[in-house]
Design a protein around this ligand. Structure first.
Ligand code: GLN
Length: 308
């Protein structure tokens, strides 16, 4: 298909897009790159894979294979949805995080690759220790907790989220990853609620969190894929973006074991403020880690225990 033809898309897309593997693939790529989608080729393939369950080798080995009209229609519909900047993960209903497949929906933040650092740091601090008790605050899809529990097969965990719909997604993920029996999912606003009233104080070896941390008035400036499709409640960190860190640094102390770890993801310009909260709350060994693009990305801190 020539560039001029591609311009008539997406209107004409349904008509011009033939039903062979190759034509769907080529025309899908043009449609998506014209729409400014960076990974047009990858996204086209993943949409085709969703409907046809084929791998890349098959796609290239059978270019002339006809796709049934019903399936071709579904593929075109999804390509058009992607061209309108609906995130690929919402179209396929899944994403990969720390090497595992996670289900996602509009009720959860789509797991981000940079959040894998939090899992790496958590595992490094647990070392060979297998039986830790771990709390994941604002668990969303459950990607952080499930990934840690999948690596430490005797560890147990609690995932907390304010959204019941997010917890339903997390529940499916705990089952898919085979960690459901070692996980408790709790609906609540951080430490508020019945679970923490009865929960033993000082019981967790580690508290992890990737809380909402975008200042409210900046949410509208984020990429279309983020501000229109990730849940607002999963992004909104209050007026200065730091609301959750204030609460987490104060409240985590009560529930951490002596020498337990607190690890959280942060926004690129939040390290000084959040480490200030942690210091004020009495944490020690505060460490900052940058992500692979050189941005400040997470803080780790140790709870020395209350002096009494
Ligand atoms: N913990 C989840 C994640 O990192 C959800 C985070 C959130 O909702 N802010 O993807």
């Amino acid at each position: 298909m020539k560039a001029e033809e591609a311009k008539a898309l997406p209107k004409a897309f349904k008509q011009v897009c033939g039903g062979t593997l190759d034509s769907l693939n080529r025309q899908g790529r043009i449609l998506l790159s014209d729409a400014g989608i960076e990974d047009a080729a990858v996204d086209t393939f993943l949409i085709m894979e969703k409907h046809l369950h084929i791998d890349r080798a098959y796609l290239y080995a059978h270019p002339e294979e006809e796709v049934s009209e019903k399936k071709a229609e579904k593929i075109r519909e999804d390509l058009l949805r992607r061209a309108s900047r609906i995130p690929l993960q919402h179209i396929t209903g899944e994403t990969y995080f720390f090497g595992h497949r996670f289900r996602v929906s509009h009720d959860v933040l789509i797991p981000r690759q940079e959040t894998e650092l939090l899992v790496e740091e958590a595992l490094a601090r647990l070392g060979a220790r297998d039986n830790a008790y771990i709390l994941d605050m604002c668990t969303g899809s459950g990607c952080i907790l499930c990934s840690v529990l999948a690596e430490r097969t005797m560890a147990r965990g609690v995932g907390v989220d304010i959204s019941g719909a997010a917890l339903a997604v997390a529940r499916e993920n705990t089952r898919d990853l085979g960690v459901a029996e070692r996980t408790v999912l709790v609906q609540g606003d951080l430490f508020e609620g019945a679970f923490f009233e009865t929960c033993e104080k000082g019981c967790f070896d580690m508290i992890l969190s990737n809380p909402p941390y975008i200042p409210t008035d900046q949410i509208g400036n984020l990429m279309e894929e983020v501000c229109s499709h990730d849940p607002f409640v999963a992004l909104d960190g209050g007026e200065d973006g730091l609301d959750f860190y204030r609460r987490l640094s104060r409240q985590s102390r009560t529930y951490l074991k002596q020498e337990g770890w607190f690890l959280c993801e942060i926004g690129h310009d939040q390290a000084a403020s959040v480490s200030g909260f942690l210091e004020e709350a009495g944490f020690s060994d505060i460490m900052l880690r940058k992500d692979y693009s050189g941005q400040d990305r997470l803080l780790a801190a140790r709870w020395p225990g209350a002096d009494d």
